[in-house]
Design a protein around this ligand. Structure first.
Ligand SMILES: O=C(O)c1cc(=O)[nH]c(=O)n1[C@@H]1O[C@H](COP(=O)(O)O)[C@@H](O)[C@H]1O
Length: 225
């Protein structure tokens, strides 16, 4: 089975990001490039990391706009050949359908449900009724009906999401080994628990990128899976 860990390269400098990716590439299955990286280094940065590692690229742009704008953005990134791209599931059915229709043939379009940095209080403060679980399940159903390939959710919901949508791609961030710092994440589980509960992709950033020895940290996480 291929390694489900995607390293989140949330680093401001391209040379440092590239060095880290090359150092740990044998112990991860792919690289996730998000807003911090893409806004700073754009298409050039994506090509650099893809060529340096040879690993699949998950372009985590979390697109959320009117359908026409999101479809245009999806078309603009074809040239980067990402394996996975994210859009916010809350963008609504037309936006999700148009995003999928505009994506490259081999690109999985994944809907972000409820960010792992939010908890029940945060959700209620945004005016959404119900529990995080209810909200994730509602947005998962919308993403499924809109033709997306899967969703991003926390490890607390992934078992239920998997039970509802058997052949989806389920991306789980907010992962920590026991006892390590959670930082800004609020809905957190271990990588092993997320995998056992049906996650297809495990997104891991700071536990590797901010470790004193990133290679040892990547190996330690891999050994738990
Ligand atoms: O879409 C994501 O990847 C994402 C969704 C989410 O709900 N929570 C979340 O943390 N992420 C991303 O996953 C990564 C988690 O980073 P660490 O907390 O450092 O492991 C970051 O790059 C986030 O942008």
């Amino acid at each position: 089975m291929s390694n489900p860990v995607y390293l989140a390269l949330d680093l401001p400098r391209l040379d440092a990001a590239k060095e880290l990716a090359v150092r740990v590439k044998a112990h991860v299955g792919g690289i996730k490039l998000g807003m911090e990286f893409f806004y700073a280094h754009g298409a050039h940065g994506v090509h650099e990391i893809a060529h340096a590692t040879g690993l699949p690229i998950f372009l985590d742009l979390k697109l959320h706009d009117i359908p026409n704008t999101v479809a245009g953005a999806m078309q603009a990134i074809h040239v980067l050949e990402p394996a996975i791209v994210t859009v916010h599931a809350g963008g609504g059915r037309a936006m999700l359908e148009d995003a999928k229709a505009a994506a490259g043939e081999k690109c999985k379009v994944i809907g972000v449900t409820m960010l792992t940095s939010l908890d029940a209080r945060d959700l209620s403060a945004t005016g959404v009724e119900g529990t995080p679980h209810d909200h994730v399940m509602r947005l998962t159903e919308l993403a499924h009906r809109s033709g997306l390939d899967g969703v991003v959710c926390s490890g607390e919901e992934v078992a239920a999401v998997h039970a509802q949508w058997k052949d989806g791609v389920f991306v789980v961030p907010g992962l920590r080994l026991p006892g390590s710092s959670v930082g800004d994440q609020k809905r957190v589980v271990t990588p092993r628990q997320a995998r056992d509960d049906g996650a297809s992709v495990l997104v891991i950033g700071r536990p590797i990128s901010r470790a004193e020895d990133p290679l040892a940290a990547a190996r330690e996480i891999e050994a738990t899976l």
